[in-house]
Write a new protein. Structure first.
Length: 251
């Protein structure tokens, strides 16, 4: 089966990162792919989204179950963490997943407590701080490695939703998913940027847990790897669909 044939069958279910939008995928994913996107932080969805790992995973799984054909989850950073919960909650729904720059969970109680305190500070900033200065502060975090940040307009977001996500989906509240990921039978393409040292180490650790998980490193990219090097990311995605997760379709 050709790549074009596979792409015509596959359904991608995409979840953006924190401070992201559904449209973020437009600039990197081929237009011929069938996408089902969530826009978690838009003002139009304020009050319609329950920000807990269980509720978000249930919503994603319910939406995925309604679609026919091969289903592939794609999640970046915050969206990747949400997707991991969906995968371990109902793995039978998913044929494969692409997890980008995501964290499997903190191991130590002290780390979780520290992260919850940090996310509470950020939540208060998203509720009260001037937007432009807040964006400058957010994008100055070391994880973004000083790269050019995507333009974010305050009118495109619900501050209440952003603050709720920081509090209710803090990495400090996320359980360590490594034991469940080690048993997962869903093929996963785990993508990280070469310069994203922390998440590169995490990716290597997760890939070592399960032969179903393959780590791919994008040269010259940081945390926002698909947007730093979009051509390289699309190449990895297509190879994964053609040679990895769906090789059985060509038999």
């Amino acid at each position: 089966m050709s790549l074009a044939s596979i792409e015509s069958l596959v359904r991608l279910f995409c979840v953006h990162g924190f401070l992201g939008r559904a449209q973020d995928w437009d600039s990197i994913l081929p237009k011929n792919l069938h996408r089902h996107d969530w826009d978690l932080f838009s003002p139009q969805n304020q009050g319609k989204v329950t920000f807990s790992f269980q509720a978000l995973a249930e919503k994603i799984n319910d939406d995925g179950a309604l679609q026919s054909g091969p289903r592939v989850f794609v999640g970046y950073s915050f969206g990747g963490r949400v997707g991991l919960h969906a995968l371990v909650q109902r793995p039978e729904i998913w044929d494969a997943a692409v997890i980008i720059s995501a964290h499997p969970g903190l191991k130590e109680p002290e780390e979780r407590e520290m992260r919850m305190r940090s996310d509470e500070i950020w939540a208060e900033r998203f509720e009260t701080q001037d937007w432009d200065s807040l964006m400058a502060l957010w994008n100055s975090q070391p994880v973004f490695a000083g790269r050019e940040a995507p333009l974010r307009h305050e009118s495109d977001f619900s501050r209440q939703s952003l603050a709720s996500a920081l509090r209710s989906c803090s990495l400090g509240l996320q359980r360590d998913l490594r034991p469940e990921l080690s048993q997962l039978r869903v093929p996963i393409l785990w993508v990280v940027g070469e310069q994203d040292r922390k998440f590169l180490d995490l990716g290597r650790e997760v890939a070592s847990l399960n032969s179903q998980t393959q780590l791919q490193i994008i040269p010259g990219a940081s945390h926002r790897a698909p947007w730093d090097r979009s051509e390289a990311f699309v190449k990895l995605l297509r190879e994964f669909l053609l040679e990895g997760a769906y090789s059985k379709m060509a038999e």
